[in-house]
Design a protein around this ligand. Structure first.
Ligand SMILES: Cc1ncc(COP(=O)(O)O)c(C=O)c1O
Length: 270
């Protein structure tokens, strides 16, 4: 949700490319090429993705990268969920695919998700030195100076692997598998199984319809009111048929939430 606002803050115009549900919400190289004009400065890529949990394959990244190089469009690759991938998949950075792509890409990442250190407020960008220098100059007048303890904590997180990242990843995967099965058993709920991050992004338009709602946003609000379960409406991500569910919480809480959603759907079905 922040990308368009960040683009606007930089006096740019955000242009959206819809990653179709039928393609796991991913953007194709052809769609990207069609969206590029002479005004295009950068392509923002997020894999694994918030809110859908989809992840691009190496081949898909290569195709997208080729388009960006052809049109000299910078790639901003948000890889914050790189450590949280499931089903034996591994994460590929578009920057690692060739020297040209490395030069074309600014990788953004941080410890918020990989090490569950959101509150430490440490992220980083890696890329072309000239661009990073310009970013540093800009940040030095606003949000620079992360605290010393947070910096040392981050160094420890990246250099002292005690296995906790993998333990956390496994816990997320177990939770995903448990929650996913329960979610797709709810009438009218369809969900692409995510490959990464910690979100589920089910299409709930049919469930909402069964309950007499034309708009998913109103259905979400009714569930909040009646069952006290908060879902993030997909409309905020440009996908009004879907809702986002985060499984970065205990399995018990998630089970209870899904039980309540199911109860709501069944109770209000015509
Ligand atoms: C796509 C994406 N990028 C980056 C971040 C990290 O944000 P921060 O470093 O501000 O915690 C998040 C966290 O929600 C995210 O979903």
């Amino acid at each position: 949700m922040s990308y368009p606002e960040q683009v606007k803050l930089a006096d740019g115009e955000p242009v959206y490319i819809e990653g179709l549900e039928s393609n796991d919400f991913k953007v194709t190289a052809r769609q990207l090429e069609e969206a590029i004009t002479e005004k295009t400065k950068a392509f923002i890529l997020n894999s694994p993705s918030n809110p859908t949990g989809s992840m691009y394959s190496e081949e898909e990244l290569r195709e997208l990268g080729e388009v960006c190089i052809k049109h000299d469009v910078l790639i901003v690759s948000d890889e914050i969920y790189e450590k949280l991938v499931y089903g034996g998949a591994s994460h590929t950075s578009i920057a690692q695919l060739s020297d040209a792509l490395k030069e074309q890409t600014i990788v953004v990442n941080g410890v918020s998700k990989s090490h569950s250190m959101t509150g430490w407020r440490i992220g980083y960008a890696a890329g072309n030195a000239e661009i990073i220098k310009a970013m540093t100059n800009l940040a030095s007048h606003s949000t620079s100076n992360p605290t010393t303890n947070a910096q040392y904590g981050t160094i420890a997180a990246y250099t002292e692997d005690d296995g906790s990242v993998e333990t956390m990843r496994q816990a997320f995967e177990e939770r995903l598998n448990g929650v996913y099965e329960k979610l797709i058993s709810i009438p009218g709920v369809y969900c692409v199984k995510p490959k990464g991050a910690f979100y589920l992004f089910p299409n709930v338009s049919e469930a909402a319809k069964l309950n007499g709602f034309t708009h998913v946003d109103a259905w979400v609000e009714a569930i909040l009111e009646e069952e006290k379960v908060a879902l993030v409406p997909g409309s905020g991500f440009g996908t009004p048929q879907n809702v986002r569910l985060s499984y970065a919480t205990s399995f018990d809480a998630l089970e209870e939430a899904l039980t309540r959603i199911e109860r709501f759907v069944k109770k209000h079905s015509n």
